[in-house]
Ligand binder design. Structure first.
Ligand code: URA
Length: 427
């Protein structure tokens, strides 16, 4: 490999020049092995935040991060692989009904899930509310489950894009999380390393989203779609609303409970709509078209797949879900329309109730969270229950209530109907 100097490369990017493929490969390879120091990489991250990267540089950065670890390979599987990635939202339990639903139609979903940090939950935390469920699969077990069941959700090993793990931790403490080239390569390096042939990105927009601004979310989605395609993965994206929570249940076991309602043919309309929209797009990308996706939720086929998927990973699909010991219900203080039910406020409240973690070593309270009795846009009457806060530790209620203060509004005027899918993005 050619030799470069980290300082020269930092000065080059600081001076708004492009980094070559060889320079990027050298930088990431040597950062992973410890030759390039954290302070040098944090300076480079800041130069990238300020001066950006072009399409070729972003692809090179992503491929170098993938090459820092293992890339899973599903050659030999008799089904096409397709996955979904969400940038994270409040009450976003869509992966749970989505994976079995897509598997019903003969595609395989190799999902590497993560744990939640901050106000958005993690898929692994939700599955871990199911007694016995095991997130650790060997590559052979992962393959066998995709072949037999069609869906598997597995904790990402330390060896998936280790350069990203190191860089993400550094960005977190150096004010460089927001750099779009770095976000794009961070998210996509992990998804491409997962070995999927197709990918649908659910990019959330609104107060509860990582990207609160529509134009920024669109820019991120377009960049990720281009990058996926450049890397040979069929990729498309949807911009979806995260101004208010998805569904009526927020928190780990609560979200499993609501997913089971959806898999049983019921559940809130917004969760069903987004699940069906994402499943239809995932199947389209792998050439499975003209299928009635919604019917598989109604007739029990998706539920059968769910049960097979959970059992294959040691989970008991019939076990009772953990329940919080304490509750506190908030009542409507007026008659009218629920015009505001802010995703960020509710996400923070749920986190403070114990559904999320403060530091990555913390445990979550599986039964904690919030149950909504009405959603944004609903008509409510004075005195009716609006939402119930749930936790095992009642000393958490005060701080949760503070997070909701001013985040719920009831108005005499009916708001416009909520749109879930705001825009679709193709190359
Ligand atoms: N999620 C990631 O995995 N990486 C980022 O940079 C931002 C969100």
């Amino acid at each position: 490999m050619a030799e470069f100097s980290a300082v020269d490369l930092i000065i080059k990017k600081r001076s708004k020049f492009e980094l070559s493929t060889e320079e990027i490969n050298w930088l990431i390879g040597n950062y992973t092995s410890g030759v390039v120091a954290d302070e040098q990489m944090s300076s480079m991250a800041m130069a990238i935040l300020l001066n950006g990267m072009n399409r070729r540089e972003i692809k090179d950065l992503t491929m170098a991060m993938i090459a820092s670890g293992e890339r899973l390979d599903w050659t030999g599987l008799s089904k096409p692989t397709v996955d979904k990635h969400s940038t994270g939202g409040v009450g976003d339990k869509i992966t749970l009904p989505l994976v079995p639903l897509v598997a019903v139609f003969g595609a395989a979903v190799p999902q590497l899930g993560g744990r939640g940090l901050g106000h958005t939950g993690g898929t692994l935390d939700k599955f871990e509310a199911i007694a016995g469920w095991n997130p650790s699969l060997t590559n052979q077990q992962f393959f066998d489950q995709l072949q037999s069941v069609g869906g598997a959700v597995c904790g990402a090993s330390e060896n998936i894009a280790p350069a990203d793990k190191k860089l993400y931790a550094l960005r977190d403490v150096t004010g460089t999380v927001e750099a779009i080239p770095l976000i794009t390569s961070s998210i996509m390096s992990k998804k491409i390393a997962e070995g999927t042939s197709a990918l649908v990105l659910d990019v959330k927009v609104g107060s509860g989203a990582f990207m609160k601004d529509f134009d920024k979310a669109r820019e991120l989605a377009q960049g990720m779609v281009r990058l996926g395609i450049d890397a040979g993965v069929k990729t498309s994206a949807m911009l979806t609303d995260m101004s208010t929570p998805l569904g009526k249940k927020i928190g780990n076991a609560l979200e499993v409970e609501e997913s089971l309602e959806v898999l049983a043919g019921g559940g809130p309309a917004d969760v069903v709509e987004l699940t069906v929209a994402l499943a239809t797009e995932m199947l389209r990308l792998v050439g499975i078209e003209n299928v009635d996706v919604a019917a598989a939720l109604k007739d029990g086929r998706a539920m059968d797949k769910w049960r097979a998927m959970v059992s294959a990973q040691g989970g008991d699909p019939d076990a009772a879900l953990p329940k919080a010991k304490e509750s506190h219900t908030i009542l409507a203080d007026a008659d009218g329309w629920l015009t505001e039910l802010d995703a960020l406020g509710l996400g923070i409240a749920s986190w403070r109730l114990g559904a999320g973690r403060e530091r990555k070593e913390d445990d979550v309270l599986l039964g904690a969270g919030i149950e909504l009795h009405a959603q944004k846009g609903d008509r409510v009457s004075k005195g009716q229950p609006l939402l119930t806060l749930l936790t095992d530790e009642p000393n958490r209620f005060d701080r949760a209530l503070e997070a909701i203060e001013g985040k719920i509004s009831i108005s005499a005027e009916q708001p416009q109907a909520r749109k879930i899918v705001l825009e679709r993005i193709y190359e």
